[in-house]
Design a protein around this ligand. Structure first.
Ligand SMILES: Nc1ncnc2c1ncn2[C@@H]1O[C@H](COP(=O)(O)OP(=O)(O)O)[C@@H](O)[C@H]1O
Ligand SMILES: N[C@@H](CC(=O)OP(=O)(O)O)C(=O)O
Length: 370
């Protein structure tokens, strides 16, 4: 995608994750923050996710109607959560007296290849819709995670892809930063919901954050980070409430240094195969489905792990004629100076214990002077 200058040039791209919209009060707080920025003279693109659990709620309903529902059919349903979210934020903005235009998923200017058997891939950007919208209002709200499929219908960019919409738009608009708002003000050295002792990492490289995401840290969408990297867009993580304080910053500055962190991937799916050749076939099938996969080294076992969850591994294996067994195991990844060390814990509970121990070790190492 090339950078594009448009009239009434936007001054910022702000993405609010689903955790920003847990209640009506949250919508009002976010609208107040945007209102203050507009009063200060800014013109903002606001990328919106659905309310917490909304996307997964839709998936559950679809599955209760048809347990074998196809990914293609889900493309028509899951993005609606974010579309509703954008509409609700626009209502909150209007109630604060802020003029805002809403663009639907096929009118954001983001173009995709229209793939529907897995997440669609972004292919380009048309500045027209945003350009026109900014002639009418200083704020444009749009749903994350979707792009025109080439035929005037939104295609889904996959789970957690609102981040991707935001960094892609910031890059295409030639902005230097992209603000990502969530219930944590940054990237921590472990999930702070699971490890209360986790510490925020003030500055990270794109490589660090891609690595964390690929091993199951649900913090930023890896392709969103790659897209920011391609456009040299700095990602600024901000809290989605209170003073909306800024936290971690992600850019190319720290490349090559490498973080220390622990990832407890409670949603990981560990599949075991009878032979190494079957495991290799599974790896290829899962990779072509577009999910993050890792291969732990365990002598005598043939394991393939899908990180991050939200993917029907059994179905993918069945469709490819593979008979692997899905185990109860979970993945814990220790990242040391940017290098992942993979551990497979017997259960989710033991993964949590193991993750806490690894994080305590990490803290001990950090407190010992070099
Ligand atoms: N290393 C990490 N640093 C920060 N947050 C993390 C990390 N790993 C996992 N998370 C989780 O990511 C959550 C934010 O992502 P998410 O729930 O998708 O929020 P949003 O809906 O705002 O996008 C945090 O609440 C936290 O539990
Ligand atoms: N509908 C998307 C939106 C998204 O990216 O969510 P969040 O920004 O809350 O992670 C999803 O749940 O996949």
């Amino acid at each position: 995608m090339s950078s594009t200058t448009i009239d009434h040039r936007p001054t910022g791209v702000l993405k609010f994750g689903g955790s920003s919209f847990a209640s009506a009060a949250h919508y009002r707080d976010v609208a107040a923050h945007i209102s203050a920025r507009v009063e200060a003279g800014e013109r903002l693109v606001v990328v919106v996710s659905g309310m917490p659990g909304a996307t997964e709620g839709l998936r559950e309903i679809a599955r209760s109607i048809d347990p074998g529902v196809s990914v293609e059919a889900l493309h028509g349903v899951l993005p609606l959560a974010d579309t509703i979210g954008a509409g609700l934020l626009r209502i909150a903005l209007r109630s604060k007296g802020v003029d805002a235009v809403m663009l639907h998923g096929d009118r954001t200017g983001l173009r995709s290849d229209g793939t529907r058997h897995k997440a669609a891939t972004l292919t380009g950007f048309d500045p027209g819709p945003l350009q026109e919208a900014f002639t009418r209002a200083p704020v444009v709200v749009l749903p994350g995670g979707q792009a025109d499929d080439g035929g005037g219908t939104p295609a889904w960019l996959g789970k957690n892809s609102s981040d991707l919409s935001a960094t892609a738009l910031a890059g295409a608009l030639g902005l230097k930063t992209c603000e990502i708002y969530s219930d944590v003000n940054g990237v921590y050295d472990a999930d702070p919901r699971l490890v209360p002792e986790a510490r925020r990492i003030p500055a990270l490289s794109y490589e660090d954050v891609v690595l964390l995401g690929r091993h199951g840290a649900k913090v930023l969408h890896p392709e969103a980070v790659r897209t920011a990297q391609r456009h040299s867009v700095q990602i600024v993580c901000r809290l989605n409430t209170g003073e909306f304080e800024a936290g971690s910053v992600i850019d190319g500055v720290g490349d090559g240094i490498g973080v220390d962190a622990v990832i407890i991937d409670a949603r990981s799916v560990v599949a075991e195969f009878g032979t190494s050749s079957e495991a290799e076939l599974a790896l290829a099938a899962l990779e072509s489905a577009g999910v993050s996969v890792s291969v732990p080294d365990w002598p005598g076992r043939h394991l393939v792990v899908v990180n991050g969850g939200f993917f029907d591994v059994r179905r993918c294996l069945d469709e490819n004629g593979l008979t692997g067994e899905i185990t109860e195991e979970r993945m814990v990844t220790e990242v040391r100076s940017g290098h992942p060390v993979l551990h497979v814990a017997p259960t989710e509970a033991s993964a949590l214990d193991w993750g806490h121990r690894l994080h305590a070790d990490l803290r001990d190492r950090a407190s010992v002077p070099a």
